[in-house]
Design a protein around this ligand. Structure first.
Ligand code: MN
Length: 205
């Protein structure tokens, strides 16, 4: 059993700040799904989603500097310290005992050591029949922010001063699960859960 994770505004309506972060994560979700097809590595899809989140956070003034350099440095892992997704099916979700690397990696693509990217469980080139989760997120983790600030980690890409306002924000994750087809992918489930700000607010009324 795998739960599809979605974040909703518990009052039924997003605040401006919630809506801004939610929109970035939903765009990352949509972009990732549009990129899933045979022949593309899931690591590439992960990095494209990370790049979009980096751009979005830069637009809000929370990140700064060159987008590609920030992605290469792994600076966005402050906000999304996990992987974009993993495979689904029998015995693929929690393979720590056997070794996730047997499932999500191969001789062609091996697991990165960098914080954030190292948590990506599925890096391999996609093939028809792969079933994977697409679950980008953006979180404001006070302990991690304080740690990076103290250590001076990625200070050229993070606006630590502006992050003070987000210490009580929490985080947002938006997941869909997809099956890779011959030409792209299709969503699992009969109907996609509402994902735009407008549709979520309408449903919650
Ligand atoms: Mn998952």
């Amino acid at each position: 059993m795998h739960l599809t994770l979605r974040t909703l505004p518990c009052g039924g309506k997003f605040t401006t700040r919630q809506s801004e972060i939610y929109t970035i994560v939903s765009q990352a979700n949509n972009l990732a799904i549009s990129l899933v097809k045979p022949g593309v590595s899931y690591r590439t899809v992960h990095l494209a989603a990370i790049r979009l989140i980096t751009q979005g956070l830069k637009n809000l003034g929370l990140m700064k500097g060159d987008i590609d350099e920030a992605v290469a440095a792994g600076a966005t892992a402050l906000f999304m310290p996990h992987g974009l997704g993993h495979q689904l099916g029998m015995d693929v979700h929690d393979m720590e005992d056997l070794g996730e690397n047997f499932v999500g990696y191969d001789n062609e693509i091996t697991r990165a050591k960098q914080f954030g990217l190292a948590s990506l469980r599925m890096g391999k080139v996609l093939k028809p029949g792969h079933v994977i989760t697409v679950e980008p997120g953006c979180y404001f983790i006070p302990a991690l922010i304080d740690k990076w600030k103290r250590e001076g980690t990625n200070t050229s890409f993070i606006n630590f001063d502006k992050l003070q306002d987000y210490y009580n924000f929490g985080g947002i994750r938006l997941e869909d699960d997809v099956a890779v087809t011959q030409t792209g992918c299709r969503l699992l489930g009969s109907e996609r859960l509402p994902i735009t700000v407008e549709d979520v607010q309408r449903e919650m009324k």
